[in-house]
Design a protein around this ligand. Structure first.
Ligand SMILES: [Zn+2]
Length: 249
């Protein structure tokens, strides 16, 4: 049994943290983060990280309840462990990028509700980092699971299937409407709960990119040996964070 806020190592790669009473964070060697949300009848698995370790076994060390798997988007660092599961739910526009043959995908849509017993999770679709990311709101746990759609320090908007900054801004405004219903963000690469203010900071960054000013908020970021333009915004503990984007998108 893990205490709240306690972290323990599970196998070589996974670190499991009990974030809240019924919410666990699974950090896969600092290369991807998935979550487990437990209800009274079912449990929700959100993403499966890289899958180099038996992810389902790790989940089964925490709950015996029937499992529902949802992927926040189709990137491999979030779907790698799907092969240990029978099926998943994913946004429709993510399907062309989804490639885990052993685990067929069904569609989850904006507004869909997942009943876990004693708590209901709502799906909120989010075009941004990818065409149809899925954020998941647990009103009971007062938290929003964002995948890579909203991240603490760096948001990657230069991926081949990322949408425009204008569309990202609209998605962020849509999320803002739910702000009274959660106190924490649990992101796709986080190691702890992050504050919801990241959503406002990212809207601000989008506004700066769309206006092209002030110039001092712009810079470049080297990722995989390529230089991408980025816009700085305020991240964790007032630190500089970056929204990295492709100006042609
Ligand atoms: Zn991603």
């Amino acid at each position: 049994m893990i205490e709240i806020n306690e972290t323990l190592q599970y196998g070589k790669r996974l670190k499991i943290t009990r974030v809240f009473k019924d919410v666990y964070l699974l950090n896969d060697a600092d290369n991807g983060t998935g979550y487990l949300v437990i209800g009274s009848e079912k449990a929700l698995v959100i993403d499966t990280c890289n899958g180099r370790q038996n992810y389902k076994k790790a989940i089964r060390s925490l709950t015996d309840l029937p499992l529902i798997l949802v992927n926040t988007h189709a990137h491999g660092d979030h779907t790698g462990g799907n092969r240990f599961f029978e099926k998943t739910l994913i946004g429709e526009k993510e399907l062309p990028y989804y490639d885990v043959g052993e685990c067929p995908a069904e569609i989850i849509q904006d507004g869909d509700l997942i009943e876990l017993g004693g708590k209901t999770i709502e799906a909120i679709s989010f075009a941004g980092h990818t065409p149809e990311g899925i954020c998941l709101l647990s009103r009971k746990d007062r938290c929003l699971f964002t995948g890579d759609s909203v991240l603490g320090r760096t948001v990657w908007m230069f991926m081949p299937n990322s949408v425009s900054i204008d569309t990202l801004r609209q998605s962020l405004i849509k999320l803002s409407a739910f702000k009274g219903e959660f106190d924490y963000l649990l992101t796709g690469h986080g190691t702890k709960a992050d504050p919801p203010e990241y959503i406002d900071r990212l809207i601000e960054a989008c506004d700066i990119i769309l206006k092209g000013e002030p110039k001092e908020r712009f810079g470049t970021c080297n990722i995989w040996g390529r230089e991408f333009p980025c816009c700085y915004y305020t991240g964790e503990d007032g630190m500089r964070a970056t929204l990295v984007y492709n100006p042609k998108a």
